[in-house]
Design a protein around this ligand. Structure first.
Ligand code: AMP
Ligand code: MN
Ligand code: MN
Length: 336
């Protein structure tokens, strides 16, 4: 059932013990919104626990209270009044779904979230779930401490590519400005998010060597196979290196996450990549979407390239002839 933000605030006010969670493969918005929520609810004297069923990327473990995020244990059970799911529908929270029978309150900004069997507040115009939480603090009358502001700003900054993507709206800047007034230092957040080890920078160069263009240069892909994946803790930002290519509409990153588990990230300039992601069992936004393919790396690569090509023929972004040609070109060999 879709509810308003006022109703979200009421549900929160009525609950005493609350679990907060967000999606697996957590990003800055998932972790930032979880940690902001944890702190906001504590200022309201709620008993709150934060769970995410995944390892936190190292760039986010230094966020305030990140050490409080737990992974659910085998057969763990917790009674609570409310389970707040942030930045995803319940299908991407792993085992957190099994640890409690509490009613679900789902707060998200993904247009693909159709979770109407639970209490759902979805605002697709919000740049980040953190932007929604920012507005929620006003309704709740909660004070935004510096630590809360740091978490919310991190989510806003990471989901907007530091205020560069098309989801960046006046409201995003207004929220960001107020968070800076609360004590956030934008340079320190950027430094923290962008920090890489020497080896990871080296991997960036190796990753770029794998990049190939498809469909007459309108699609570009980067391939982090098992070997390359072992050398880096994060693939954050890699896709941004190739999506800038002038001929490209759709950029994707295929990452090996384990045996027959491949993560797909997609970005676009005009194509609705959320539709392609949904066809492959994932979701996301018009210009940024993703999915997980339970296939070998080679199979995943073929399935993904075909799915992108087929959708681009359907939406007249490439011609059937360009699709049929099915040629891949290394960046160094591409001429346009
Ligand atoms: P990413 O490329 O991981 O930054 O993801 C881009 C967008 O797509 C984010 O908003 C994700 O939350 C969303 N997304 C990624 N993977 C999935 C998935 N398997 N199911 C639904 N949404 C996804
Ligand atoms: Mn997210
Ligand atoms: Mn988000």
């Amino acid at each position: 059932m879709k509810i308003t933000l006022d109703e979200v605030a009421k549900k929160i006010s009525d609950a005493e013990k609350i679990l907060v969670t967000a999606h697996i493969n957590p990003d800055g918005d998932a972790i930032g919104s979880t940690l902001a929520m944890l702190q906001i609810l504590r200022t309201m004297n709620k008993k709150v626990f934060a769970y995410i069923d995944d390892k936190l990327p190292k760039n986010f473990v230094t966020l305030p209270f990140a050490e409080e995020i737990q992974r659910p244990q085998e057969n763990e059970k917790i009674s609570a009044d409310l389970l707040i799911i942030l930045d995803t529908a319940p299908d991407r929270i792993g085992k957190v779904l099994e640890i409690t029978d509490a009613p679900i309150l789902n707060i998200d900004h993904h247009i693909t979230n159709k979770n109407e069997e639970n209490f759902l507040y979805v605002e697709a115009t919000a740049a980040a779930t953190c932007e929604i939480i920012f507005h929620l603090t006003k309704i709740l009358g909660a004070n935004i401490t510096e630590d809360i502001a740091i978490c919310l700003y991190t989510g806003l900054a990471t989901d907007t590519g530091f205020f560069n993507y098309s989801n960046t709206k006046p409201a995003t800047f207004r929220a960001a400005a107020e968070l800076v007034e609360c004590g956030v230092k934008p340079n320190l957040i950027a430094e923290n998010v962008e920090k890489r080890t020497a080896r990871e920078v080296q991997v960036t160069s190796a990753a770029l060597q794998t990049a190939k263009l498809f469909y007459d240069g309108k699609v570009v892909g980067m391939f982090i196979d098992e070997n390359l994946a072992k050398k880096t803790d994060t693939t954050e930002g890699l896709i941004d290196l190739i999506r800038v290519i002038d001929s490209v509409d759709v950029a994707f990153l295929l990452t090996c996450k384990g045996e027959k588990i491949c993560r797909v990230s997609m970005r676009s300039k005009t194509v609705d990549v959320s539709k392609i992601a949904q066809k492959l069992g994932g979701g996301g936004h018009v210009r940024a979407a993703g999915c997980t393919l339970e296939k070998s790396f080679d199979d995943a690569k073929n399935i993904l390239i075909r799915a992108i090509g087929e959708f681009m023929v359907e939406t007249k972004k490439i011609s059937p002839a360009e699709f049929e040609e099915d040629k891949e070109t290394l960046l160094a060999d591409f001429e346009n």
